[in-house]
Design a protein around this ligand. Structure first.
Ligand SMILES: Cc1cc2nc3c(=O)[nH]c(=O)nc-3n(C[C@H](O)[C@H](O)[C@H](O)COP(=O)(O)O)c2cc1C
Length: 213
């Protein structure tokens, strides 16, 4: 079936995109306003976009309270700093609590009984329960129409000690992170525990085996 994105209304395009571009990693973004009130919220229009410089991208839509920025974006614009935490199975329900549209003066980490741990290079804390956290400074804001793409430069990364396989080689035990990805609809998530290994093919191997060897 063909879906013509040049004629479909915004809501329908959104439904089609989020039902098919799956699983999406989730950025659990911690920010602070200028008074130091901490905010946390999840965003699945998210990915790692570059390693030199190390850039993460998070796309943030309008506030459900009406036209205007979500608290996360307002805080990033005001302070230029944020922390991206990743979401594990163990923290999934707490993440869901922080997606509630709580007023800006409410500390969402306290509301979800999460532990703020001081960052080393930025003011917003990281979420202690998250197995991975990236301390970021604002690199660029890219207006996309209804959304704004926030590009953040990673200044530091934290990984729970038991998920580091070999610190000297920077090897992470990725399955042990037990991260989840966002699927379709409002409440479906995928575990990342089930994997398949597909070794890369060198040009020489491809050329040698193409004949059916
Ligand atoms: C798993 C998940 C992923 C989400 N992804 C996005 C997203 O990519 N962009 C967005 O604008 N909102 C997204 N939301 C909704 C925001 O988390 C929600 O609007 C939140 O209340 C914003 O909080 P804030 O006003 O404190 O920034 C997502 C919600 C969930 C549960």
């Amino acid at each position: 079936m063909l879906f013509d994105f040049t004629t479909l209304p915004t809501r329908e395009r959104y439904k089609l995109l989020v039902a098919t571009v799956v699983p999406r990693p989730i950025a659990w973004v911690v920010t602070q306003d200028e008074a130091g009130v901490t905010n946390a919220a999840p965003f699945s229009f998210f990915n790692a976009l570059s390693s030199d410089p190390p850039i993460l991208g998070v796309s943030i839509g309008d506030s459900p309270r009406g036209p205007g920025d979500k608290d996360t974006l307002a805080n990033i614009k005001a302070t230029g700093q944020f922390v991206v935490c990743l979401v594990s199975e163990r923290t999934a329900h707490a993440m869901n609590i922080t997606a509630t549209d709580l007023p800006p003066e409410v500390d969402e980490l306290a509301e979800a009984a999460l532990t703020p741990v001081p960052s080393t290079k930025v003011k917003p804390p990281r979420i202690g329960e998250s197995p991975v956290a990236f301390e970021c400074e604002l690199f660029q804001l890219v207006p996309l129409g209804g959304n704004i793409l926030v590009l953040g430069k990673v200044l530091a990364m934290h990984v729970h000690d038991d998920c580091v396989e070999d610190a000297a080689k920077n090897y992470i035990d990725t399955p042990k992170l037990e991260l989840i990805g966002r699927m379709h609809g409002r409440g479906w998530y995928a575990r990342t525990a089930e994997m398949i290994d597909i070794p890369r093919i060198t040009l020489a191997d491809w050329a040698a085996n193409k004949g059916g060897g």
